[in-house]
Design a binder for this molecule. Structure first.
Ligand code: GLU
Length: 488
């Protein structure tokens, strides 16, 4: 039990699930589950100004839909709760006071004006801002007095100004920084809540987290976290900082571009399993050519030591390909279910057999959002250009197209049993009778029934789905159009 791996996903309720956050959640989940460990959910809501309504639901829903099931968390409880930081306020204060006792932290009463001045000075000198330890010198009595007067304060970490602090990261290796570069960061804010910088250390320790998985943007703060662990005398967890996810060589994937959140991707017609699979490969690979993984497959294959440190580029072309692969593999009924909202945008006729349409579509799609433009002609014959009847390779002309359509119309009219097989036999009989190549009959029919250059399925499939009446109607429209073109 002592060595059980425990990881956590610790999102801030921002109102959306950034792809980078989802990857962190996935990697944390995989690291735990690969070793039969525990995966915790902790809500980091200490930045009260940034609270967003409905943000928690997005977090819960994302974990649920992706199958990243947590073993402990605010909604299901667990032995080391509460799992929401705002409910742990007193815990942080208590631990911060312990550090004050040890001289590892101190009360700071500096006003905003004074801090602004320090900041302006640092800017003028082109130096990074660092608090000047002004309040570290306050005596116990002075502090008592200020507290008694109700002066606003924060509690800061008291970092040494000499020497070095080193930390180890599984992905980035050993990193050393001069202590003179460590800012005395705020641990407890003036509203009494902790900063992320403090809360993450206290919580990860109290929740027995063995592997801290998070984005590389926290790397530069890790020395300060180590100093906190050391000040408390706590074991330092294993750090797994994940590489940034880039839109291209120079730009990080960002919410502003509208393509960085899980919800955006689902709305664009990606399947959740495909997205999760793709995200797993953003910065990790199994060491062989395999790319398609179920969640269970990932659990088995995932070795976090194979995470790369170089930035991962979010490659939409690859994601699209992968999505197409997932779409192809879906059982047809399941595909129809997922496609339904897209079908509904353009198809209203009850007579259309959606599963039949799905069978034609599934192999030709990368994104569900492509569906409406591919199937809209089933609802209504679009306006189309008469030139579409002219196909060079099929050797079609207006004249032979007209002959084919008239022949098909006559035969279809007397066809009693409207099935795919019968439609096909009828067309092939016509080919034989007219002594032409297949294309001379099939191309004009497909054009007449769809009004489109590219369609899922060919003449037989489309006619079958449209039904007899609608097919005849469309053939007649084609015949009229061709006659008109010939007589011009
Ligand atoms: N609350 C932090 C965030 O959402 C989590 C960082 C961490 O995983 O430690 O970025």
């Amino acid at each position: 039990m002592a060595n059980k791996i425990r990881t956590r996903f610790a999102p801030s309720p921002t109102g959306y699930m950034h792809v980078g956050n989802l990857r962190t959640a996935l990697y944390a989940y995989l690291i735990a589950k690969h070793e039969d460990g525990d995966f915790l959910l902790r809500i980091e809501d200490t930045d009260q100004q940034r609270q967003v309504e409905g943000a928690l639901d997005i977090i819960y829903n994302t974990l649920k839909t992706t199958g990243l099931k947590h073993d402990e968390g605010p909604d299901i409880g667990g032995p080391v709760g509460p799992y929401v930081q705002s409910e742990r306020k007193n815990i942080y204060i208590e631990y911060a006071k312990q550090l004050v006792e040890k001289g590892e932290a101190y009360y700071c009463f500096c006003t905003k004006e004074r801090l602004d001045m320090l900041r302006t000075n640092a800017e003028a000198l082109k130096r990074p801002f660092r608090y000047d330890k002004h309040c570290v010198k306050l005596s116990k009595e002075e502090i008592e007095e200020k507290l008694a007067n109700g002066e606003s304060y924060v509690i800061r970490q008291n970092n040494p100004t000499e020497g070095k602090t080193t930390f180890d990261d599984v992905i980035y290796g050993k990193i050393s920084v001069d202590n003179s570069e460590l800012d005395d960061m705020i641990l407890i804010k003036s509203d009494g809540l902790p900063t992320y910088n403090f809360a993450n250390v206290v919580d990860d320790h109290l929740m027995s987290i063995t592997h801290v998985v998070r984005g590389s943007e926290y790397l530069s703060s890790a020395p300060k976290y180590n100093r906190l662990y050391e000040a408390f005398g706590w074991d330092i967890p294993i750090y797994v900082h994940c590489p940034p996810i880039m839109k291209d060589q120079h730009h990080k994937l960002s919410k502003r571009n509208g393509d960085a959140s899980f919800e955006d991707l689902l709305a664009k017609g990606y399947l959740k399993d495909a997205v999760l699979n793709y995200i797993a490969l953003l910065g990790w690979n199994p060491g062989n050519e395999q790319e398609i993984f179920s969640l269970q497959g990932l659990i088995e294959a995932f070795d976090y030591k194979n995470i790369n440190k170089s930035p991962a580029v979010f490659d939409t072309i690859k994601l699209n390909w992968m999505n197409g692969e997932y779409i192809k593999k879906l059982p047809v009924e399941e595909f129809t279910k997922l496609a339904l909202p897209y079908y509904k945008k353009v198809l209203t006729k009850e007579s259309l057999d959606l599963n039949k349409i799905s069978e034609l579509l599934q192999t030709r799609l990368e994104l569900l959002s492509e569906i409406p433009e591919q199937v809209d002609f089933f609802e209504e014959l679009p306006e189309y250009d008469i030139d579409m009847y002219l196909h060079k390779r099929m050797k079609t002309t207006y004249e032979n197209s007209l002959t084919s359509l008239e022949g098909a119309l006559a035969k279809f009219e007397s066809l009693e049993d409207w099935t795919f097989d019968n439609i096909k036999t009828t067309c092939m009989n016509l080919v034989k009778e007219l002594e032409v190549k297949n294309g001379v009959v099939l191309w004009p029919i497909r054009t007449a029934v769809s009004g489109k250059k590219f369609t899922p399925g060919g003449a037989f499939e489309i006619a079958d789905i449209l039904g007899k009446e609608e097919t005849l109607k469309r053939l007649k429209v084609g015949i009229e159009k061709l006659k008109e073109a010939i007589n011009k």
